[in-house]
Ligand binder design. Structure first.
Ligand SMILES: [Fe+2]
Ligand SMILES: [Fe+2]
Length: 318
């Protein structure tokens, strides 16, 4: 080991240079410090400073001309959602979990979903969105008797943790309720760089991935908050997409409709309709449809109703 490696100022400089991408071999030639020592000290430096190894703080190269500067800013940056596409197996039996609106989900939602997974032998799980309600982040006037945003978020995470344990891998559709806190940030003028990922805020495991849509075995999975509504929203999305489509979002209806080899699925919801955030629907004539859907190899689908007893609890079997 070279004596130079005991010079803290030199090592700090070398670590910064390695972090910026300079080759360790070149630094060894320059300083006489072995690459083994350089790597060891660089790792320690990364841990101390909270950096990921070989991930420069910035890889931004200043543009040279005014035109390049403008072009670099024409397209606003996307929110920092995960960019690694998960492996999606072909011929999957998909459990499609509808809107749960944590912390206002039906108390038996998880037990019911585990039974569906067991009985139907599903091997891939998609959450159709509205996994949280974020009522306190809404643009509508929040309930003065309701939870604060901080309390509601903490409660939602607490409710989601058992789902994280049972479903460590989940493809999640981006949706109008989950996006509410991010919309607040946007409206407050925060650039995308200030908005953390869904996974960070919801403290989800690495296997939970969010996207505007997922395609599995030729079937499109979307939340369904994009213009079509009512009892046949899933059919209308199917017709528009010209392929099979699965949606959430429409709590009041559920079911499957076929048109030739294509189908549209409304997965219903798994909410606690007595929760204060659903007061707005209290006097509606249409009631919620509790359940979920299973999609078989992209060819067939079924809606699985959650059967309730007189107390509004799941009866414990399908
Ligand atoms: Fe919803
Ligand atoms: Fe929704």
């Amino acid at each position: 080991m070279s004596g130079h490696s005991h010079d803290p100022v030199l090592m700090e400089t070398l670590c910064k240079r390695m972090h910026a991408g300079e080759k360790k071999v070149a630094l060894q030639t320059e300083t006489g410090i072995s690459t083994t020592t350089l790597v060891k000290r660089y790792r320690e430096w990364c841990i101390k400073n909270g950096y990921k190894e070989n991930k420069p703080v910035t890889n931004f190269t200043p543009p040279n001309t005014v035109k390049e500067v403008l072009q670099a800013h024409i397209k606003p940056p996307e929110p920092k959602q995960p960019i690694i596409a998960p492996q999606i197996p072909a011929g999957a039996t998909v459990l499609a979990i509808p809107d749960m609106h944590h912390p206002f989900a039906h108390p038996d939602a998880l037990a019911f979903l585990l039974e569906v997974r067991r009985v139907k032998h599903t091997n891939l799980t998609v959450c159709m969105g509205d996994e949280i309600d974020a009522a306190s982040f809404s643009r509508y006037i929040p309930d003065p008797d309701g939870m604060s945003p901080g309390k509601e978020l903490a409660a939602a995470i607490e409710c989601l943790i058992p789902f994280y344990r049972e479903f460590p891998d989940m493809l999640v559709c981006e949706s109008n309720h989950t996006v509410r806190p991010w919309k607040k940030g946007f409206e407050a003028g925060l650039p995308a760089a200030f908005l953390p990922t869904y996974a960070t805020i919801l403290q989800s495991p690495d296997g939970w991935k969010w996207a505007g849509k997922w395609e599995i075995d030729g079937v499109l999975y979307i939340h369904g908050d994009n213009g079509k509504s009512g009892q046949y929203a899933h059919v209308n999305y199917m017709k528009a997409a010209k392929q099979s489509v699965v949606i959430g979002h429409i709590h009041s209806y559920a079911g499957v409709n076929y048109e030739g080899k294509h189908f549209g699925v409304n997965t219903g919801c798994l909410i606690d309709e007595t929760a204060y955030c659903f007061k707005y629907a209290k006097n509606m004539l249409t009631k919620v449809n509790l359940g979920c859907a299973v999609i078989y190899e992209g060819k067939y689908a079924e809606f699985v109703p959650m059967r309730l007893d007189s107390n509004g609890r799941w009866i414990g079997r399908l």
